[in-house]
Write a protein that binds this ligand. Structure first.
Ligand SMILES: [Zn+2]
Length: 453
């Protein structure tokens, strides 16, 4: 709508139209701006970003960076404030790129539950939070499941739900998080579905995210990971499948030309959380966004680790779709914008998010159309997807409350966060020789782009 008016009362939109005759307490002059629904990020790990920045890029994929293992944080994070710094920096970036609803996977594993609820609640973000759980251990090079361990981790993850579901004016919710298709046993997945249905909680996991995982599931259960999860009842509305890249028709799997998984997902009502950038930077891509969409799969977007930038994900999602399909009309700006908004909201069963309409939550993002990147304006959504950066996000409102104003995240000091990141980044690099048997330094493992004098 050109020259529109949006009116909200409290946290709810009460009017959308060309004009408004009623009284208001306050008015925001958004002339020269585009007002869009806030983005819904379906897959992010805010405490696991971005210590390996400058180490992982341009490296062979199998090169391990000592200390960057994500499942046993306590082994390498001696300072309890490290994950908090990472979480704050991630939140800053997310808010600054217009994310108003966040599905956060695993922050409580690093920060603790209470701390995660408080940090996310106080940031103003609308969030679905979870501690992860798994049953798998590696014993003599073989994956074996310990269900008792899995159930107890799951119980721990559920501990906070009853008391804190809906806290911070209903902005804080929970999601179940059996970590990956191979790390949770069939029993643990079934139990997750049972509890999820019972407590009306969404389920998030990772599936078909690596070739290794596809191999493990095939060896253990004789099927591909998506079919395996479907056989356990995991595919359902409210289930968010992280990545789902290596389906049977992917060129690196290459088993069939036709992927039956896509029909299973689309018929089930589950959603794929597509995180284009983390895969693109290691030379991998969904094959392809438009193929999934054309087969009826609901595709939402996620930012995964770093940068936590939804505008970046939309752009890479669109461009990669065109590259993979060798087709300029694949993965349009409208497709990716829908993925970042309404598809993500629908994945969570939230008909009050991801859209601007009467009755929806007042989660709004104001894009400055007066910058060089955004001018000239004919199709502002294309300009947004192909041109905008966080610097064009002028204001963000979540639940009726302004959290970003004049391009600044209120109550957060960007410079201070960056200084803290540098400090823990230096500490991380210094500690690397002590964290590998051969005493290799960061430079041994990941040489700098150019020698530094
Ligand atoms: Zn992930």
């Amino acid at each position: 709508m050109r020259d529109g008016v949006v009116v909200f009362e409290g946290n709810k939109i009460v009017h959308v139209g060309k004009s408004y005759e009623g009284d208001t307490d306050d008015a925001i002059d958004a002339r020269g701006q585009m007002v869009i629904p806030g983005f819904v990020d379906l897959h992010a790990h805010i405490t696991q970003s971005p210590l390996s920045m400058g180490m992982k890029e341009d490296m062979p994929r199998h090169v391990a960076i000592p200390g960057s293992g994500t499942l046993s944080p306590n082994k390498w994070v001696p300072e309890s404030w490290m994950p908090e710094v990472m979480a704050r920096s991630s939140l800053y970036e997310l808010l600054k790129s217009g994310v108003t609803t966040l599905v956060e996977l695993g922050a409580p594993d690093w920060l603790g539950y209470k701390e995660s609820v408080e940090l996310l609640g106080e940031s103003g973000m609308r969030a679905y939070i979870s501690a992860g759980y798994r049953s798998a251990n590696w014993v003599d090079g073989k994956l074996t499941h310990d269900n008792e361990m899995g159930y107890s981790q799951m119980e721990n993850a559920l501990g906070y739900v009853k008391d804190h579901e809906g806290s911070y004016c209903e902005r804080i919710r929970f999601i179940l998080y059996p970590r990956t298709a191979d790390l949770a046993s069939p029993e643990l997945f079934r139990e997750s579905v049972r509890v999820g249905d019972d407590l009306r909680l969404p389920i998030g996991t990772h599936v078909s995210q690596s070739i290794r995982e596809v191999k493990i599931i095939n060896e253990m259960y004789g099927m591909d990971p998506v079919t395996y999860l479907q056989s356990l009842g995991v595919l359902r509305p409210g289930t968010i499948l992280g990545h789902t890249v290596f389906i049977t028709s992917h060129s690196l799997i290459g088993r069939t030309e036709y992927a039956p998984e896509l029909d299973l997902i689309s018929r089930s009502g589950a959603t794929v959380a597509h995180c284009p950038w983390v895969f693109a930077r290691v030379g991998r891509a969904l094959e392809s966004f438009s193929k999934y969409r054309d087969r009826g799969v609901n595709i939402g977007l996620g930012t995964d680790i770093f940068p936590q930038d939804m505008l970046n994900e939309m752009r890479w999602g669109a461009v990669l779709s065109k590259v993979v399909d060798i087709d300029s009309v694949a993965g349009t700006a409208a497709d990716l914008f829908n993925s970042a908004t309404v598809n993500g909201a629908n994945a969570l069963g939230r008909w009050d998010l991801g859209r601007i309409e009467v009755g929806a939550k007042a989660d709004l993002v104001f894009i400055d159309l007066g910058t060089i990147r955004m001018s000239p304006v004919r199709d502002p959504i294309r300009n947004l997807v192909y041109g905008a950066t966080c610097q064009d996000v002028d204001r963000v409102i979540i639940d009726g409350r302004t959290v970003v104003e004049e391009c600044m995240v209120l109550g957060m000091d960007e410079r201070k966060i960056a200084e803290d990141l540098q400090r823990i980044g230096d500490h991380f690099i210094d500690a690397i020789p002590g964290r590998n048997k051969k005493g290799k330094t960061a430079e041994d493992i990941s040489p700098l782009s150019f020698n530094m004098m």
